[in-house]
Design a binder for this molecule. Structure first.
Ligand code: NDP
Ligand code: GDP
Length: 326
């Protein structure tokens, strides 16, 4: 039986990845940082019905000794480093913390793997945000990076450390450059979930308007359930490598709003307002990935369309609000 250790196990991707690995017969271990809200921290895992099946271990990716202890105890075959301060907007208000967790945290994980389990396979959760001010219309593994936020700068450190530990020490370390991926388990502060939740609340009479930022930006959105499959596939390859994971289709925030509101029979233009508080000091206007390498080398392709995903998310948010107000 294979053993996997996941950092960021309580997040969106950690939850779907845990579900995937459990389904394949893995023993799944999660690195869980101490929280004063221990009773709700595993909400996503409970939503998927798998909370009791993951072995949680007390640690933090900023605490090298805790990571060393966990790796020594678990001896994982695969390590998925998903832990991060993952919200771009917060990276301007907490830039140092973002650098510590999202950048240096990767260095700590790689060091710990090198010292304790050098034969384990390592996955780093890199991001399309690294392309930022895009240098090519469709971004692939060879497109130069131009980060536009402290988050993206931090992710670049993590990406290059992963490449460097592979080249320096021969670690089986892969960097997945994932474009935005969403689901009913996406954090409420991210734009898709904010919109599906907003459309649901307005439909149910719980809100009147939805204040938003830049509606003209476009993103290449996929479903988290599809994207965690790509993470797993990367670690099944004989040779570690870096892969772009994307759908190859980009959609504006405005059109995504229209989709979500249309699903509940409303016109977004009647409800969405612009609030400068949601604008960013520097914007990533367009992201559009070229997933050819993942398709040809991993045999990966996304199965869930944006339309299906937004419908699933709106339905989940309607159900959540109906339950709360029942
Ligand atoms: P989430 O924000 O949902 O989850 C982040 C996870 O990191 C949470 O489990 C959080 O724990 C954990 N974490 C934060 N700080 C620490 C720490 N110091 N030590 C240990 N764990 C910590 O992110 P997603 O699931 O959406 O994304 C997973 C990874 O993929 C992240 O690294 C993200 O940056 C990256 N990524 C995501 C994309 C997306 O579109 N979703 C696109 C590209 C990359 P807690 O629950 O305690 O807060
Ligand atoms: P990101 O690509 O990781 O920054 O993911 P987000 O979901 O946070 O944002 C995607 C895009 O939506 C960015 O270009 C934001 O500027 C834009 N956007 C517009 N309005 C909002 C909003 O109200 N909240 C968020 N989070 N993003 C918004």
């Amino acid at each position: 039986m294979k053993r996997a250790l996941i950092t960021g196990v309580t997040g969106q991707d950690g939850a779907y990845l845990s579900q995937l690995l459990l389904g394949q017969g893995y023993e799944v271990y999660g690195l869980l940082r101490r929280s004063a809200s221990a009773d709700v921290i595993d909400g996503r895992l409970r939503w998927l019905g798998i909370a009791g099946q993951i072995r949680m271990l007390d640690g933090d990716i900023l605490d090298l000794s805790s990571v060393l202890r966990i790796l020594r105890e678990v001896k994982p075959d695969e390590v998925y480093n998903l832990g991060a301060q993952s919200f771009v907007k917060t990276s301007w208000t907490q830039p140092i913390l973002t650098g510590q967790v999202t950048a240096l945290g990767v260095g700590i994980m790689l060091e710990a793997v090198r010292i304790e389990v050098p034969d384990a396979r390592f996955y780093q959760a890199s991001s399309s945000e690294m392309y930022g001010l895009i240098q090519e219309p469709r971004q692939s593994e060879t497109t130069p990076f131009y980060p536009r936020s402290p988050y993206a700068v931090a992710k670049l450190y993590g990406h290059w450390m992963t490449v460097n530990y592979r080249e320096s020490f021969g670690l089986h370390a892969s960097s997945g450059i994932l474009f935005n991926h969403e689901s009913p388990l996406r954090g409420i502060e991210f734009v898709t979930r904010k919109v599906t939740d907003g459309a649901a609340r307005i439909k149910l009479g719980l809100a009147q308007t939805l204040p938003m930022g830049n509606l003209d930006a476009t993103r290449d959105w996929g479903h988290a359930r599809d994207y965690v499959r790509a993470m797993h596939l990367m670690l099944q390859q004989e040779v570690a490598d870096d892969y772009v994971v994307a759908t190859g289709r980009t959609t504006s925030i405005r059109d995504m709003c229209a989709l979500a509101f249309r699903h509940v029979g409303l016109d977004y233009e009647d409800y969405v307002t612009i609030d400068p508080a949601f604008l960013r000091p520097a914007e990533v206007e367009v992201l559009l990935g070229n997933p050819t390498k993942a398709q040809t080398k991993l045999g990966w392709k996304p199965e869930i369309t944006l339309e299906e995903m937004i419908a699933e998310m709106v339905e989940a948010d309607l159900a959540r609000h109906r339950e709360r107000t029942a």
